[in-house]
Design a protein. Structure first.
Length: 294
């Protein structure tokens, strides 16, 4: 079963990837050329210590393409599969290796699992993805188990209207990052050519957006209120800040939080008075209707 989540990254980075169609055609031709060793192909697209051949064409797009074209041979390597393999304790150890070398090792693990447990690489991708999110996988017959939301999403939603708006706002922020004031100070995180800032997976929950200052001095945890109670979103933000401090930040790097909400409320306002490392910004939505002239 094809997982539509693989293609969300394509939509968000489509303008970058398709800006030079001749270059993209060449990239895909090389990627899918089975007459060349997979490491050679990936080293061309992901040259060690250099920019990717096409900005935005990262592992979360390239490896699903390999799976689609060669479903018996290549598995998907993205942030979710990496986290899933890590939870299983079988993620290969990497030092200063190229992406090609990393993928070669990961793909071998995926193929071994596929053979051992008699599941397809498609099914295996679904399984490790659910493991990363803390949800049950599909079964080997191809039927999808009823999804159970991750434990972190167990909060009461106070406003479903705001929840919907801010779910779309998250995508808008990523797609327009370079045009925003935040984009002048902070950069989206990239790993192997993929933007991994959005829905950043940690063992203590999934961060809406995780970014890092351009001068490398500060991490910023961004949480959209999404209709949740004020106490809930503040507690969650503090939890993420604590995890980033311990596991990601260097000793001289600060970690701050930013909550984005449609409007301030009294509870949120007073709670943040006692916290000096979390700020609040609000947003507004404007619509303009123009008369059609035939």
């Amino acid at each position: 079963m094809k997982n539509n989540k693989h293609w969300e990254g394509i939509h968000r980075q489509g303008n970058l990837i398709t800006s030079d169609m001749n270059k993209l055609r060449k990239a895909l031709k090389i990627l899918l050329d089975e007459n060349r060793d997979i490491k050679e192909r990936l080293n061309f697209l992901f040259p060690p210590n250099k920019d990717n051949y096409i900005k935005g064409l990262g592992r979360a797009i390239v490896t699903p393409i390999l799976l689609v074209v060669y479903p018996q041979k290549y598995g998907v390597y993205n942030s979710k599969s990496e986290e899933g393999l890590k939870k299983l304790g079988i993620l290969p150890h990497f030092k200063k290796e190229s992406f090609a070398d990393k993928y070669f090792k990961v793909n071998q693990v995926l193929n071994d699992l596929s053979t051992c447990y008699k599941v397809t690489l498609w099914q295996l991708d679904e399984i490790v993805g659910w493991l990363a999110l803390g949800n049950p996988p599909i079964n080997v017959s191809g039927e999808v188990a009823t999804p159970i939301l991750p434990e972190i999403i167990d909060e009461k939603i106070e406003s479903y209207e705001n929840f919907g708006l801010e779910s779309h706002l998250e995508d808008f922020l990523v797609e327009n990052w370079d045009k925003l004031d935040l984009g002048k100070k902070y950069s989206l995180l990239e790993e192997d050519g993929d933007i991994v800032s959005q829905q950043y997976i940690t063992p203590v929950g999934i961060i809406d957006l995780l970014v890092k200052s351009i001068d490398d001095k500060e991490w910023l945890v961004i949480e959209l209120k999404k209709g949740r109670p004020s106490d809930s979103v503040i507690g969650q933000t503090l939890r993420y800040i604590g995890w980033i401090k311990k596991h990601k930040a260097e000793k001289d790097q600060k970690v701050r939080g930013l909550i984005i909400a449609k409007e301030k409320d009294e509870k949120l306002k007073y709670a943040l008075e006692a916290i000096n490392n979390i700020n609040l910004v609000t947003y507004s939505v404007k619509f303009k209707l123009e008369q059609r002239i035939d």
